[in-house]
Design a protein around this ligand. Structure first.
Ligand code: ASP
Length: 358
């Protein structure tokens, strides 16, 4: 019988990597989230050098097209990840996920805590039934990163590149190399099962910082049972605080803010607004008054930019609202929501660490 030296856990969420099309070779007319996660492990996976003697367990968490991702599913996944991180038998975790919201799930997890073992999200752009699917290689690469003890933290692995949750975004709707970390580039590459970091140790430790508002107090396994679990329990009972976007654009009117704040429906009252600014954090002058009014009513405000490269450069005399650096609007929204949740929790439990200002 084979003696296993370490165990990796693969959590299945669905996505194109588990997609199936009617006609073999159809790369676009398929249904995501059809095949069970255990079927996504390529045959002979243990023949890869770094995976020899690695036991791979699978668990289906969800089976969905990630365009339909919701917070409740995030919380179920987060519970499973926290449990696996606290389980000494598990060396690393892989999450198979759809590409559409993969960067959001990765960023949400990285905002909840900084794991002391690898948590690697991977995906595919072609369904499992494609003539030449990309999922199997992505799965192998993700497993190799998850098996590497130097890779503690949350990562996205796709098309041979390792990306940080803060930087990564889906930038292409079709090609297999659909993810980019923008001007910083990926943090590493996987070559024949070997992980090669592209940053020096110093740069890499910066690269691992989830965001300017990173919940540093959640680092390390010793805190996993306390801070992250407390925050997750709060989210499970109260939901993620509702944060919406206001996009500044030519012809925008104050109603962009006022109608947004009046919005009803699921999610409760709007607690925060991410202002998707033009250029270097600027916004249409007509938005100033409704935004100031919103702030006076206790709505949290944060700026991000419509520019797809760089981040807002704050001047010494800047009087405008905090900048969600270096986050794009998609991640700025999650970051603000998590900051509000941490703030709420700190208010309830004085022993909890105070929120880090954004
Ligand atoms: N719609 C799919 C999903 O996000 C796309 C993919 O996985 O590539 O689940």
């Amino acid at each position: 019988m084979q003696a296993f030296h370490k165990k990796l856990l693969v959590l299945g969420m669905g996505g194109t990597i588990a997609g199936r099309s009617q006609a073999q070779g159809d790369n676009v007319g398929y249904r995501a989230g059809e095949l069970p996660v255990e079927s996504l492990l390529p045959r002979g996976v243990n023949d890869v050098e770094c995976l020899a003697n690695v036991q791979i367990e699978t668990r289906q968490i969800a089976q969905m097209d990630s365009k339909d991702m919701d917070h409740a599913t995030w919380f179920v996944l987060a519970r499973a990840v926290l449990a696996a991180c606290a389980d000494e038998a598990v060396a690393g975790i892989v999450i198979t996920h759809g590409t559409d919201t993969l960067e959001e799930t990765a960023f949400f997890l990285s905002q909840l805590f900084t794991p002391s073992k690898p948590v690697v999200l991977t995906c595919a752009m072609r369904p499992a039934t494609a003539l030449s699917p990309d999922g199997p290689q992505n799965m192998v690469d993700a497993l190799c990163v998850a098996a590497n003890p130097s890779a503690d933290g949350v990562w996205v692995v796709a098309a041979g590149a390792v990306h940080r949750p803060t930087q990564v975004a889906k930038v292409h709707p079709y090609r297999t190399d659909a993810f980019s970390s923008g001007e910083t580039g990926p943090v590493g590459v996987v070559e024949e099962g070997r992980l090669r970091w592209l940053h020096s140790a110093g740069e890499n430790s910066f690269a691992r910082t989830p965001s300017a508002a990173a919940p540093r107090q959640f680092e390390g396994s010793s805190n996993l049972g306390t801070a992250a679990n407390a925050l997750l329990a709060r989210l499970e009972s109260n939901g993620l605080p509702r944060v919406e976007w206001v996009v500044s654009h030519a012809g925008v009117t104050p109603a962009a803010v006022t109608t947004c704040l009046m919005a009803g429906g699921e999610g409760g009252a709007v607690r925060g607004l991410v202002l998707v600014c033009t250029g270097n954090g600027t916004f249409h002058q007509c938005l100033t008054k409704p935004l100031r009014d919103a702030e006076a009513r206790g709505v949290w405000l944060r700026r991000s930019t419509r520019c797809t490269q760089g981040s807002i450069v704050v001047g010494a005399t800047s009087v405008d609202w905090p900048v969600a650096m270096p986050l794009d609007p998609v991640k700025a929204r999650i970051s603000l929501s998590m900051d509000i949740a941490r703030h709420d929790l700190a208010g309830l439990t004085p022993q909890a660490t105070a929120p880090v200002p954004g």
